[in-house]
Design a protein around this ligand. Structure first.
Ligand code: PMP
Length: 286
């Protein structure tokens, strides 16, 4: 039996006993929201921002999280403590709860608050050293008029389709464009490029999830004196970039060295990428 302790609605269960109903609308319709957080040496990185995004996502889909944000923060801390992992990943899931088979959210009555503390699954170390190759997916990011990409909902199917395209092309990640053909982000990470010393990343209205790591990287870049801009980018901008990298809670900062069979810069992680990798590493572990 695993020693993992999973929080569901105020109680802890073993991995084997932690179950939700097959009538849960999170399962039936992807009706819910989630978050991914990370713990460094016992401390949750930017918990406030993650929980704010969670509660904002829930608000946007008219889902009342049945506890205040302060109580959620306590539940997260308690989950980390119970699992005894100093460095770990936390998955927070809120589903609409079990109801009838109909779509109607009013048919559900018991939102499920689930907190899973787990080991972090990272890209293999060689990719942190050498960078990785990505392809542009034909599957676009959610159209904001259908479901705002700012909502971290349980509806990740289009990102999963893009991820499938990546793996079929022998890559670990895919670049996703928005409905206007502009660069949005990767399937679970934000994207940055460097051109002529300037750091650029697509703005919120390019159809991105506003990543907590993205914000942290923009902050540390400014502090390091690197010019930054949130700017609409095309695929061409990525093709001719000097450097490119992705950011995310699990991945942190990881270089992208090839896209759609074209090397980025000289095909090696660039100096600004490496610097930001180091600075982020320091910030997260400080
Ligand atoms: N974009 C998407 C679609 C994501 O799922 C994630 C991971 N949460 C990110 C970007 C990166 O966000 P963060 O830095 O907050 O992990």
């Amino acid at each position: 039996m695993s020693s993992q302790q999973i929080y569901i609605n105020g109680k802890f269960y073993s991995k084997e006993e932690a179950v939700v109903s097959v009538f849960d609308h999170g399962l039936l319709y992807g009706d819910g929201v989630f978050e991914g957080l990370r713990v460094y040496e016992g401390k949750v990185f930017r918990m406030e921002q993650h929980l704010k995004r969670l509660y904002d996502s829930a608000k946007a889909i008219l889902l009342d999280i049945p506890m205040p944000i302060e109580a959620m923060a306590e539940a997260v801390e308690e989950s980390v403590e119970k699992n005894g992992l100093a460095n770990c990943y936390i998955r927070l899931v809120i589903t609409r709860g079990a109801g009838t088979l109909g779509l109607g959210p009013e048919r559900t009555s018991n939102p499920q608050v689930i907190i899973i503390v787990d080991k972090i699954s990272l890209y293999p170390e060689e990719f942190y050293q050498n960078g990785l190759e990505i392809v542009t997916a034909s599957t676009i990011r959610n159209h904001p008029g259908a479901l705002s990409p700012r909502i971290k909902s349980l509806n990740y199917l289009n990102n999963i389709m893009a991820k499938c395209e990546a793996s079929k092309a022998g890559c670990l990640e895919a670049l996703m464009l928005n409905h206007k053909g502009e660069v949005s982000e990767c399937t679970a990470d934000n994207i940055f490029i460097v051109k002529n010393g300037q750091l650029m990343t697509p703005p919120t209205d390019a159809g991105i999830l506003e990543g907590v790591t993205r914000e942290a990287v923009l902050e540390i870049a400014v502090k390091a004196g690197i010019p930054t801009a949130e700017k609409t980018l095309t695929r061409h901008d990525v093709y001719v970039a000097d450097e490119c990298f992705m950011t995310g809670t699990a991945a942190e900062v990881i270089a992208v060295v090839r896209i759609d069979s074209r090397p980025i810069g000289d095909g090696r992680p660039g100096p600004i990428t490496v610097k930001l990798q180091e600075l982020f590493h320091k910030l997260a572990r400080s």
